[in-house]
Design a protein around this ligand. Sequence first.
Ligand SMILES: Cc1cc2nc3c(=O)[nH]c(=O)nc-3n(C[C@H](O)[C@H](O)[C@H](O)COP(=O)(O)OP(=O)(O)OC[C@H]3O[C@@H](n4cnc5c(N)ncnc54)[C@H](O)[C@@H]3O)c2cc1C
Length: 428
Amino acid sequence: MSDARPHVVIVGAGFAGLAAARGLARAPARVTLVDQRNHHVFQPLLYQVATAGLSAPEIAAPIRRILWKQKNATVLLAEAQAVDAAGRRLILTDGALAYDFLILATGATHSYFGHDDWARHAPGLKSLEDALDMRRRILLAFEEAERQEDPRRQQEWLTFVVVGAGPTGVELAGALAEIARHTLAQDFRRIDPRSAQVILIEGTARVLPPYPPDLSEKARRQLEALGVRVRTGAMVTGVDEEGILLGQERLPARTVLWAAGVAGSPLGRSLGAPLDRAGRVQVRPDLSIPDHKEIFVIGDLAALEQDGRPVPGVAPAANQMGVHAAANVLRALRGAASEPFHYRDKGSLATIGRKAAVADFGRLRLTGFAAWAAWLGIHIFFLIGFRNRFAVLFDWAWAYFSYERSARLILSPRPARNDDGTLPPPGS
Ligand SMILES: Cc1cc2nc3c(=O)[nH]c(=O)nc-3n(C[C@H](O)[C@H](O)[C@H](O)COP(=O)(O)OP(=O)(O)OC[C@H]3O[C@@H](n4cnc5c(N)ncnc54)[C@H](O)[C@@H]3O)c2cc1C
């Protein structure tokens, strides 16, 4: 039987797309949620998977399960390739979907500032696959160091560079330092994991650039107390399997992790709407795009200024945009005019390590244990709805007392070696 209800297609089941789908639960419309993966990922905890603190299913949930009660919603596992805005069709790699309203929420990808060849040697962190690849590289680096005869090579394997000191870079560097100083400290015979170097590179003058300067300074001190070497004002000019280049200076390191740049998902380009420098779609105040009031772009893919400042690419903004786009679709279905979006900034938090974090809630600024406790509470709270919330709580409690990391598995065989005994970069 044909269904005469208007068809709302949402692409992307991240924070923004899911919020939009849920916001349309009572809409007199068919809702189709398209994602290239079958699961929603809680991205703020990806670094925990990358550093073996949590396992992948603990921070993800099947999209079908999340929406199983919402009868007007259908979930489609498919990759969107382009939008035919004039023909009101979403082009998939294997088919097409006609829509009356389209909500695009495909997020962002890594940006290597025009040097995509660096990606091979310096992976970024966006998906569970990325996190598992990072975990493998980190754990393998210690294994390789243990096998090296040459002390110089050994030190190269024990040097970890994190590029970009935003929240993700800071979290990764802090967790790596803890792994080296505590988790693995007793586990090897030929190397001392505590001699590992973790170097955090930042192009601007301070770590956590969007935070107030005093919190940036406190974050830097907390990182240094953990044993992380922080280098600010340092621009990476090259990356290969042997390390990175900072202008004329070569920094030998066998593990380089990228947490520096983001670019809007490539799907945004096919809309024909204006993009900002990072490839995000410049939306109108109601989150629709020029000349197409039936297309909304939300979450990390949307570029919007409010009170002279860009709305940040964070989970609360994506959530709020999803709710708002759904409300505007409901208005349009009633024949009412759409309304502008207003971002409500509830503050920012970045964790650095055990009992170390910074929090900026406007007038209230926290550091150290208080910020860390707030970070923990908020992340557990937002995992509500996931079956594994208790598993995460248990793992963290265990890790707190034991320094153990429960997901320390290398899931593929150790790769073949080069003639000189070194490892080819993973994925080669
Ligand atoms: C490592 C990391 C740590 C972070 N930490 C924090 C934090 O502590 N606090 C915070 O507030 N924010 C944090 N963020 C940012 C936050 O996660 C993002 O702002 C938020 O996820 C954006 O939501 P979104 O729905 O726009 O996109 P995403 O969550 O990225 O979702 C996009 C979805 O679209 C799907 N998709 C993409 N392309 C296609 C396609 N062509 N076809 C079909 N499906 C497609 C993807 O599979 C994905 O499910 C972090 C981000 C990362 C990567």
